[in-house]
Design a protein around this ligand. Sequence first.
Ligand SMILES: Cc1ncc(COP(=O)(O)O)c(C=O)c1O
Length: 381
Amino acid sequence: MSRLNPDNPDNPGSPDLPDSLPARPAYRPATVAVTAGRPTHAPDSPLNEPLTMASTYVAGGALEYGRYSNPTWSAFEEALGELEGGRCLAFGSGLAAVSTILDLVGLDGTVVAPRHAYLGSIGQVADLEARGRIRSQLVDITDTDAVVKACADASLVWLESPTNPALEVADLPPIVAAAHDAGAYVVVDNTFATPLLQQPLSSGADLVVHSATKFIAGHSDVVLGAIVTRDDQLFDVLKKRRDMIGAIPGTFETWLALRGLRTLHVRLERAQANAAELVRRLGDHAAVEEVRYPGFGAIISVVLAGGAIAADLLTHKTTLWVHATSLGGVESTFERRRRWKSEPATIPDGLVRMSVGIEDVDDLWSDLAGALDDLLTERPA
Ligand SMILES: Cc1ncc(COP(=O)(O)O)c(C=O)c1O
């Protein structure tokens, strides 16, 4: 039936509609980022999932209570889940997602984890071990043979690839195979790569975890986490844990993160191109001792020849680059990671982690190069 609005003569109405819509084709990632998690196309339905602020719902339906469900969370989860190739659950932060997974490890279970990884994640593993809940074995994830060997005793293999801030990359397929042979689950923190550059579930990982605070939301205005899995049983267990613990996302945060996710592919493409160019230029600068870059993504770590003092000076000398923790926003930020006491001592004192944004690369370079040049003239003899 044609839908004309009798109160608005300018409304052209719509033609007769079919009863059912065509099935959604298998889109490529950029199209998924733009289209997934939207309301179905119907006259007068909004293009974007609206912000549903509700602590409770009329009883008798699927939603029931605001700690269990929210349509705005679901829209974000549908989009990130489709990009990663699994079912997604959003959490109040990346670390809330991390602790919900670690909480599943049974008493005395062994967690194999990277010696370098986000300090909050390895800090949680260390804390659980100190309280006698689990055992841990820290590994160099670039040493595949050592990781494979460690998997024999594992209940859970925790991977972060690339690692924060060392930018080490794990060879997922052999590690996943060894972990599964031992009956262990494999988790990959995919925060740095994003599902556009790496889809760990398709390499056999059981769980993907995200600090959606970073590239997924992408504008340094949201703290949010997510877990994605293909395993329906694991999904149900994690959903139940989220319901019980209450590690739920804020509604507005999921709305903002979904809005950010819509442009992930264009943001990442630009930031990655900027990063590749900066890697080339940084490598030629005398103030830089080492440039670490895995060959993809928008995070670079540089080790400065002048150590911690030079690194601290650099982070206070620029005008465009902002000295700030966190990463993955449209704006370029950097930080000397060892300024945090809990960062492992094997991370060089003079390492500066750089989160490359989407600004003009020549502006980024001239700001950086000016500060690096100053380091050379100010360096103590
Ligand atoms: C790789 C990685 N995983 C997890 C987290 C924790 O996420 P959140 O800060 O959203 O709790 C971070 C935060 O920096 C991170 O860099």
